[in-house]
Design a protein around this ligand. Structure first.
Ligand code: DOR
Ligand code: ZN
Length: 344
């Protein structure tokens, strides 16, 4: 069996920089025409000038002949000015601004400590239609890790949208039933990305027979009822849910450590994993809109031309791929069989 889709896009991707960028970029460029590139580098991409430089480094790292358009984002800080947002909106290549609550995840230390500080930038985003991409977790250590997304909705996101009713928001990598319901009941200007790993796995995967660091990401995998709700949302046909892999590479030694980094490296089998989840839900016919139409429509960008084909054929993911300085990256599901194969 084969399925053919309009060439898809990845609306949430970590490409990193330098040698790591060169190691991971070909995998995403093989499957996706465009990707929204996360700005949580060290130092973070906080200005249009920095985003222009980063974009040039990505284009220079593309394999010969690859066609791939990086869609850049700015990293919101307490100090982001309305002027920077105006320049971003006028740049043509910055497509969104990312909110990391300070301390929420990898390289978020420079993130927002208090959204009330960001009023001028957010007002400018409302005016220009520039989407705010939200890492939706509270950072209060007193809040249980598994509740941080649910608490964020009521304490941060709903009040934010009340203060800025014209703000366009993508609730990134949603992981809970509450987030799926919030987005489904919101207006046209609120969308969400969903990762393949949150569609395929619940939190048991992190602890199957021992601790499995490659399944650790943020927001962390949740219990089964949440996975089921995400799968229902992704396959519902609602155009405000779309594909965002959140492929987030870390060297194996940084994952398999006493304090392992958060992030699942999924770019090697991204589209295949979504096909697997949609097939499980009996909804393969809805994969194309989720992967290739809904995100482009939300971002008000043209849909891609061309197509890609997947075949129902089992293959085995490699144990690792090489990266910088003799290190290696382990893909999620390393060495395991994958039932769909990307043909190109
Ligand atoms: O698991 C994650 N990894 N979640 C994030 O929000 C950031 C990402 C990363 O950059 O590694
Ligand atoms: Zn991410």
């Amino acid at each position: 069996m084969r399925i053919t889709l309009t060439r898809p896009d990845d609306w949430h991707l970590h490409l990193r920089d330098g040698a790591m960028l060169r190691a991971v970029l070909p995998h995403s460029a093989r499957q996706f025409a465009r990707a929204i590139v996360m700005p949580n580098l060290r130092p973070p991409v906080t200005t249009v000038a920095a985003a222009a430089d980063y974009r040039a480094r990505i284009l220079a790292a593309l394999p010969d002949g690859a066609r791939f358009e990086p869609l850049m984002t700015l990293y919101l800080t307490d100090d982001t000015s309305a002027g920077e947002i105006r320049r971003a909106a006028g740049s043509g290549f910055v497509k969104a601004v990312k909110l990391y609550p300070a301390g929420a995840t990898t390289n978020s230390a420079a993130g927002v400590t208090d959204l009330a500080q960001c009023g001028a930038a957010l007002a400018e985003m409302e005016k220009t239609g520039m989407p705010l991409l939200v890492h939706g977790e509270v950072t209060d250590p007193a809040v249980d890790l598994f509740d941080r997304e649910r608490v964020f909705i009521e304490t941060v996101l709903r009040p934010l949208l009340e203060r800025h009713p014209g703000l366009r928001v993508v609730f990134e990598h949603i992981t809970t039933q509450e987030a799926a319901e919030f987005v489904a009941s919101a207006g046209d200007d609120v969308g969400a990305t969903i990762t393949a790993h949150h569609l395929l796995y619940n939190r048991n995967a992190i602890f199957a027979g021992g601790v499995r660091p490659h399944y650790y990401c943020l927001p962390v995998l949740k219990r089964e009822r949440h996975r089921a709700a995400l799968l229902r949302a992704a396959t519902s046909g609602n155009p405000r849910f779309f594909l965002g892999t959140d492929s987030a590479p870390h060297a194996r030694r940084a994952k398999e450590a006493a304090c392992g980094c958060a992030g699942c490296f999924t770019a090697l089998s991204a589209l295949e994993s979504y096909a697997e989840a949609f097939e499980q839900a009996g909804a393969l016919d809805r994969l194309e809109a989720f992967a290739s139409f809904n995100g482009a429509d939300f971002y008000r960008l043209p849909r891609n031309e061309g197509s890609v084909t997947l075949e129902k054929e089992t293959w085995t993911l490699p144990e690792s791929v090489p990266c910088a300085d003799g290190g290696e990256l382990a893909p999620l599901r390393a060495g395991e069989p994958v039932p769909w194969k990307f043909l190109g």
